[in-house]
Design a protein around this ligand. Structure first.
Ligand SMILES: [Fe+2]
Length: 254
């Protein structure tokens, strides 16, 4: 983004709904404008770069098993796409708020909370769409390793499904993850985008926000879970697990 257009964005953002966050941080209009000018006058550091682009769907949404094309497109465009836009806007606002010496720390943390929330939403949605588009058939090494971790594959599936159904009617994510610290494959319950298991790489991600299923299945969360399983792209899960096995969180003493 050129400097003039970046400055225009920052100024317009303060009047937008997203801009309300920053507007509440500053002591007066002059201070707000000064912070915008300060942020716009120097190169954008990577931590504040508002450059995230929506990741295209890795499958044809018209060819899903049991999902309508409409719900997949709506989910991708409105929920995921909305989070991408907001994440970029929040990063712009963080840069301006940081440049303003009058920004109260507690108010700055309101933006950091939104930053964490949108980062979680963007990443989990990308992982979610990437692990869909398959035939739902798990076999080979990935099935064996999950089965070994849970006693058998069916026990893993039972727990994963139960967590999902338990989140029905509310919000959250179910994550099969490889915990680097523990060296274990585990299922995790996440109440919202802010939750994430520590030191864990997600292998399989299921969106349990109502927007993921209400349009097709109403309140029947269990039916959605069935259809999700029919569309899992297990090749992606297997690749994630193989890569996760090569990582180590820290060189901790035994
Ligand atoms: Fe979602």
């Amino acid at each position: 983004m050129t400097e003039p257009s970046r400055r225009e964005f920052l100024m317009s953002a303060s009047a937008s709904s997203a801009g309300l966050l920053l507007a509440g941080l500053t002591t007066d209009a002059a201070s707000l404008e000064a912070s915008h000018e300060a942020a716009a006058s120097r190169p954008v550091a990577a931590a504040f770069a508002a450059t995230h682009q929506p990741k295209p769907l890795p499958f044809d949404p018209a060819k899903m098993h049991g999902f309508s094309e409409k719900i997949i497109r709506s989910h991708w465009e409105n929920n995921y796409g909305g989070s991408v836009k907001t994440l970029n806007a929040v990063k712009q606002q963080l840069a301006a708020a940081l440049a303003n010496k009058d920004t109260p720390p507690f108010a700055y943390n309101d933006l950091k909370r939104e930053h964490l929330l949108r980062t979680g939403s963007v990443i989990f949605h990308e992982l979610y769409f990437d692990n869909l588009g398959g035939d739902g058939k798990a076999d080979g090494e990935v099935r064996k390793q999950i089965g070994d971790a849970f006693g058998d594959f069916e026990s893993w599936e039972t727990e994963f499904r139960r967590i999902g159904v338990g989140l029905g009617g509310g919000s959250g994510w179910v994550v099969l993850g490889y915990n680097l610290h523990l060296g274990q494959i585990e299922n995790y319950w996440l109440w919202d985008h802010l939750h994430a298991p520590a030191a864990t790489l997600p292998l399989l991600v299921m969106d349990m926000y109502e927007h993921a299923y209400q349009m097709d299945f109403g309140a029947a969360a269990a039916k959605y879970v069935d259809v999700f399983f029919e569309n899992i792209q297990w090749n992606v899960v297997a690749a994630r697990l193989a890569q996760a096995r090569r990582f180590k969180a820290f060189d901790l003493p035994a």
